[in-house]
Design a binder for this molecule. Structure first.
Ligand code: 2PG
Ligand code: MG
Length: 432
C-alpha cells in the first residue's frame, strides 16, 4: 500500500455559470482517490494565474479541452510515482512543468484541479476528512462566514459599482447560529426588495440583484434588512463589503457609474472612510485598484484599527505581494483563493504570510463555482479564521455552507468559534 500517484485524469464539467470547467481525478497506488473541480473568477486581478481556455466559437471560447488534455498527458506523465503525501513536492513538479510565472501554459484551471485532487487523495489515503488531515493534530477554529446579501459589480450586470454587500456575525458563537441569523437577514432583504419594485433574480453568487438608486441606497437597504430581521446591526450582524474597485478604477480615478461620480484616489478613500463611519461596517475588501496602494494604505491608516481591510485583486494569493503589502501597510487581511495562484502549496504560503504578520485571512470561493467543497476544509484545517463563499442560495454556495455544518458537528464539543479572533489584532482586541 503506497501513497504514490498511480493515475491522473481530467474531464470537462460545467460550473455554476454554465461554463465548462476542469475536474481532475487522482488515484494512488493504495487505491485512494481524490477529485477536485476548478472554480473561475469574473472580477480578476491582472496579477492572477491564468486559466487555459480553448478560444474559438464553441462555448463562447470558454472550452477547456486543451487544459483537460494536458492533465491526461503531460501532467500525468510528470506526477505518476510522486508521493501524494508530499504536497509541496507535487506542487513543485506542477510549477516546474508549467514553466511560466502565471501557469499560463498548462492553465491554472488544470493545475489547481490537479493540486487539490492530490490533496484529497492524500487525505483519503490517511483515512481522514480533509480538514482533519490538514490540521494534523493542531487545534482549529470554526471559521467566521462572510455571506452575500446583494450582488453587484461584475456579478450582476454592474447594477451597483460595489460588488458584494455581505454580512458577518462574529458574536453568533457557532457556524450553525451564524447561518440562521444570515437566513433571517436574507429573507428580510427579500421582503424589502419586493416593496421596492421588481426583482431581477439573483446575481452570480446568489445574492439579490435589485435596482438601487445609488451605492448608498444598497447600504441603507442592507442596514434596514438587518434591523427588520430582528437582529441588532453593529452587534449581532455587521456589514462586509467587497468594493472590487479594480473593476471601475485605478490610481488615476474611480468611476462610480451608479452615483454618476468620478472620484480621485483621495476622494475614494474619503468616501470609504465616510461609509465606515456611518454604517455598521466591519470589513472592506479591495477599496482601491490592484496597484493603487497609496489609496488603500490611506484607508487602512485611518480605519484599519476597527475595520478589516482585505486585499484580493491587490494580493492575488501571492506570498510575495502579501509581504510587500505588509511593508507598505496597505491592508490588514488577505483573501485566499487557491486558483488565483494555482497550487495548494502556494496558497498556503500566502495564508501563512498573512497570519504570520498578525493579519486576518479569508479563504474564498470564486464567482464561478461548483459542488466542490474543498474551501470549507481549507478554511477549517488551515485555521484561517474566515470563509467567504457567496450568498445564501444556489447549491454551489449552499454545498460549502452545508459542509461547514458537517465539519462543525464532527468537531463537536471541541469546536471553537473564531468570532472576533479571526481579525487582525487591533480589530479583534477592540471588539472582543
Ligand atoms: C471576489 C470574488 C468572489 P471573482 O472578487 O472576491 O466574490 O469574485 O471570483 O469574480 O473574482
Ligand atoms: Mg474580491
Amino acid at each position: 500500500m503506497s501513497s504514490r500517484i498511480a493515475a491522473v485524469t481530467g474531464r470537462q464539467l460545467w460550473d455554476s455559470r454554465g461554463r465548462p470547467t476542469v475536474e481532475a481525478e487522482v488515484t494512488l497506488e493504495s487505491g485512494a482517490v481524490g477529485r477536485a473541480i476548478a472554480p473561475a473568477g469574473a472580477s480578476r486581478g491582472a496579477h492572477e494565474a491564468i486559466d487555459l481556455r480553448d478560444g474559438g466559437s464553441a462555448y463562447g471560447g470558454f472550452g477547456v479541452n486543451r487544459a483537460v488534455a494536458g492533465i491526461g498527458a503531460e501532467i500525468a506523465g510528470a506526477l505518476i510515482g510522486a508521493d501524494a503525501r508530499d504536497q509541496a513536492a507535487v506542487d513543485r513538479i506542477l510549477c516546474d512543468l508549467d514553466g511560466t510565472a502565471n501557469k499560463a501554459r498548462l492553465g491554472a484551471n488544470a493545475v489547481v484541479a490537479v493540486s487539490m485532487a492530490v490533496l484529497h487523495a492524500a487525505a483519503a489515503d490517511a483515512g481522514a476528512p480533509l480538514w482533519r488531515y490538514l490540521a494534523d493534530g493542531r487545534k482549529v477554529r470554526i471559521p467566521l462566514p462572510e455571506i452575500q446579501i446583494f450582488g453587484g459589480g461584475a456579478h450582476a450586470g454592474r447594477r451597483t459599482d460595489v460588488q458584494d454587500f455581505m454580512v458577518m456575525c462574529p458574536n453568533a458563537g457557532s457556524f450553525r447560529r451564524a447561518l440562521e441569523i444570515t437566513d433571517d437577514v436574507y429573507r428580510a432583504a427579500g421582503r424589502l426588495m419586493e416593496e421596492k419594485g421588481p426583482l431581477s433574480g439573483v446575481a452570480d453568487e446568489g445574492g439579490w440583484w435589485p435596482n438601487f438608486s445609488s451605492n448608498e441606497d444598497a447600504l441603507d437597504t442592507l442596514t434596514k434588512a438587518i434591523e427588520a430581521s430582528g437582529h441588532r446591526a453593529g452587534e449581532d450582524v455587521f456589514i462586509s463589503l467587497d468594493i472590487a474597485a479594480n473593476e471601475f478604477g485605478d490610481a488615476s480615478g474611480y468611476a462610480l457609474a451608479l452615483d454618476d461620480r468620478r472620484l480621485s484616489g483621495a476622494e475614494m478613500a474619503a468616501r470609504i472612510i465616510d461609509w465606515a463611519g456611518r454604517y455598521p461596517i466591519l470589513s472592506i475588501e479591495d477599496p482601491a485598484g490592484q496597484d493603487d496602494w497609496t489609496t488603500m494604505a490611506a484607508i487602512t491608516a485611518r480605519i484599519g484599527d476597527r475595520v478589516q481591510i482585505i486585499g484580493d485583486d491587490v494580493l492575488v494569493t501571492n506570498a510575495g505581494r502579501v509581504a510587500r503589502a505588509a511593508e507598505a501597510a496597505v491592508c490588514n487581511a488577505a483573501l485566499i483563493k487557491v486558483n488565483q495562484v494555482g497550487t495548494v502549496t502556494e496558497a498556503r504560503a500566502a495564508l501563512d504570510a498573512a497570519l504570520d504578520r498578525g493579519w486576518g485571512a479569508i479563504v474564498s470561493a470564486r464567482s464561478g463555482e461548483s459542488e466542490d467543497v474543498t474551501i470549507a476544509h481549507l478554511a477549517t484545517g488551515w485555521n484561517a479564521g474566515q470563509l467567504k463563499v457567496g450568498s445564501f442560495t444556489r447549491s454551489e454556495r449552499m454545498a460549502k455552507w452545508n459542509e461547514m455544518l458537517r465539519i462543525e458537528e464532527a468537531i463537536g464539543s471541541h469546536a471553537e468559534w473564531a468570532g472576533f479572533t479571526a481579525f487582525a489584532d487591533p480589530i479583534g482586541r477592540v471588539a472582543a
